[in-house]
Ligand binder design. Structure first.
Ligand code: BGC
Length: 347
């Protein structure tokens, strides 16, 4: 009993002290930021740039990451709500189960903004993201220009993320006329749980076996899973012979584009998303009107006001003028395996 008491005093003390030590607590208005994960390269940038923007506008941000655990994301959101936040911003791991978070927040009079990923089946207040259907369409359009006929694989992302469904919608939209004509055949159609490379690797190995390696293109929805697919292709010495897409302009993907093993990535400048979401979030937290032009996004229950930014296709021809020119990655990182005398000249 005594030990139990000591444990609780210690735990509460740690929680209290860590709260006091958090510099975000010095801001009079605070926003909660509940994130699915920090595992994929981009999310650390999202966290830092979103926090920076809100801080510049005089608002603090309390962050929690649920490491792809639905129940934990709900508990963490409850915890954020108990800290007097004026807005809850959520990157959902699961678009459906996060509806509970929205209901919980609303009961406490706190609005919810879905960041990058939609929350479905609830009265969500706001959604700020890139156009994910466009992401998928850009991939399909690019690859069909290079290979208008052949065997295609659709390697989707984590199916609990609505963006994975939207990217697939874009793939289907872009490929539809080719499939209808009989020029393109879908020989593998998979999802990679939690967007993990290791799941794409397994999926791709199976697809290659089932098709006697007769695959011409892989529409991978994300750079991380593209890494898994390319590993499976490499095991069969097919790397560079099969077209592979991805999204996020991750450093490893940019390097693979230069090496010729990945064809395309879709670049989504995180700085723009974080700044736009930050601006809107601060207005919502302060109960000020939103002046941005919004589009209605159907989340299965209501039409959520959405702000959608434009994704940018990047291949070896515009890598320097986009990703590197923006400072998203440094030339010396992206070109690290290319001899320096072959680096492009920049002004
Ligand atoms: C995001 C992608 C990201 C993926 C995996 C998606 O919801 O839109 O940018 O690569 O999640 O984290």
């Amino acid at each position: 009993m005594k030990l139990f008491k000591v444990f609780w005093i210690f735990t509460l003390g740690v929680i209290f002290l860590s709260g006091c030590g958090n510099p975000q607590n010095k801001y009079p208005i605070k926003i909660g930021f509940s994130m699915d994960t920090l595992r994929a390269a981009r999310w650390g940038k999202d966290r830092d740039l979103f926090t920076k923007k809100c801080n510049e506008l005089g608002v603090g941000v309390l962050v929690q990451s649920a490491e792809s655990n639905d129940a934990l994301q709900i508990t963490q959101s409850e915890n954020l709500l108990s800290q007097g936040i004026k807005l809850l911003v959520v990157v959902p791991h699961n678009d459906k189960s996060c509806a509970t978070i929205v209901e919980m927040a609303h009961k406490m009079g706190v609005p919810v903004l879905a960041y990058d990923r939609l929350i479905t089946g609830c009265d969500l207040d706001m959604y700020v993201s890139f156009d994910s259907v466009k992401v998928g369409e850009l991939m399909a359009n690019y690859v069909t220009r290079l290979k208008p006929k052949g065997n295609y694989v659709l390697m989707g992302g984590g199916p609990t993320d609505h963006n994975a469904i939207l990217v697939r919608e874009g793939h289907n939209k872009g490929l539809a006329p080719f499939i209808k004509r009989g020029d393109i055949k879908i020989v593998g159609d998979q999802w990679s749980n939690d967007w993990l490379a290791v799941n794409a690797l397994k999926n791709m190995e199976n697809i290659l076996t089932q098709n006697n390696n007769k695959v011409d293109a892989v529409l991978d929805s994300y750079d991380g899973t593209a890494g898994g697919s390319i590993q499976a292709l490499t095991e069969q010495k097919l790397q560079g012979k099969v077209l592979v897409t991805g999204q996020d302009a991750e450093l490893a993907a940019c390097q693979r584009i230069l090496a010729g093993t990945q064809t395309l990535t879709i670049y989504k400048p995180i700085g723009l998303l974080a700044a736009k979401a930050g601006e809107i979030a601060v207005k919502m937290a302060k109960k000020e009107p939103i002046t941005d032009k919004t589009v209605p996004i159907d989340n299965g229950k209501i039409k959520v006001p959405g702000v959608l930014l434009e994704p940018i296709p990047v291949d070896k021809n515009n890598l320097v003028s986009t990703v590197i020119a923006d400072g998203y990655h440094k030339m010396e990182e992206v070109f690290k395996d290319v001899p320096k005398d072959q680096w492009p000249k920049t002004q």
